[in-house]
Design a protein around this ligand. Structure first.
Ligand code: PMP
Length: 288
């Protein structure tokens, strides 16, 4: 594998950054996880747009333009002959001093890794996933806005540890008011009375690109899509529940905090959305 760092390609073993990079020292940086399907990069423009929005929020200057970034992602896929896979795009604040002042960092670094990912075993897509709500609440948007896809994922990692301790793979995170925000690496949806519902972004969720695609697909399929605040009670009494994310795509959820959701099997709306999503990935994207 050849890894892109600041305009050059390095062998995997030699792809390294400085120990003085503030991405490492302080989690001061941002990232995107992107998929390639059938020789196309899926929703590349949307991912690059979100990257630049994260950068704007952190006053982080990315040392290249969005079109150049898109070209660099495609070029890295080509270099690695990647047709199906996962691309990790990282921008760090760059090399600075040991103090946290970002002004001491001269230039941000851009890293592009074109590899593979498998978040969940195949069986979860067929049979559904059990998840739990966890004590760690999602970051307040007034403290560290979950819309910023930053390199500081400790809030999510703490929640993931709590899910693992409970013997499941994924955690539902609530916000400080007790409303459902999202999972540690995925957005959450429920189906109730022919409506497809997902928490509003202001509840403390990432502006998920898969979330947006799924909302559009659900509308096209004729379901009403809304973004109300949701409580655990709403999750327990949903007829279906599923998670969305670039890596995970659409994963059915069949149990939450020991409560069986709907029939206890992936529901018809979830299954239809999974099909529609896969169909879209076959035809859409930036050619590599
Ligand atoms: N929430 C969080 C916290 C995430 O890290 C991600 C991405 N893995 C998502 C939601 C899903 O976003 P997307 O569909 O853009 O991948």
């Amino acid at each position: 594998m050849r890894v892109y760092i600041d305009g050059k390609y390095y062998d995997e073993a030699k792809a390294k950054i400085s120990v003085f990079d503030h991405g490492l020292l302080y989690g001061d940086g941002i990232f995107e996880g992107i998929r390639a399907y059938h020789g196309r990069v899926f929703k590349l423009q949307e991912h690059v747009d979100r990257l630049y929005h994260s950068a704007k929020a952190l006053l982080l200057t990315i040392p290249m333009s969005p079109p150049e970034m898109m070209r660099a992602v495609v070029a890295t896929c080509r270099k690695n002959r990647l047709r199906n896979g996962y691309i990790r795009l990282v921008v760090t604040r760059g090399v600075g001093t040991l103090g946290l002042n970002p002004n001491r960092c001269k230039q941000g670094s851009v890293i592009i890794i074109a590899g593979q990912i498998q978040l969940y075993p195949e069986a979860y897509y067929r049979n559904g996933l059990a998840i739990v709500t966890v004590p760690t609440v999602r970051n307040l948007h007034s403290a560290l806005n979950p819309a910023i896809k930053s390199l500081n994922y400790l809030n999510n990692i703490l929640a993931k540890i709590e899910a693992n301790n409970a013997g499941v793979e994924e955690a539902v995170m609530l916000n400080a008011e007790g409303y459902v925000a999202e999972c540690t690496g995925d957005n959450l949806f429920i189906v109730r009375d022919d409506e497809v519902l997902t928490p509003p972004l202001a509840a403390g969720a990432l502006y998920g690109i898969t979330r947006r695609v799924v909302m559009e697909l659900a509308e096209e399929a004729g379901w009403r899509v809304r973004e109300p605040n949701l409580t655990r009670y709403d999750l327990f009494n949903a007829s279906e529940c599923f998670l969305t994310g670039t890596g995970a795509e659409i994963v059915p959820v069949v149990k939450i905090d020991g409560r069986v959701i709907g029939s206890g099997k992936p529901g018809p709306v979830t299954r239809q959305l999974m099909e529609r999503y896969h169909a879209l990935t076959r035809v859409s994207g930036e050619p590599i």
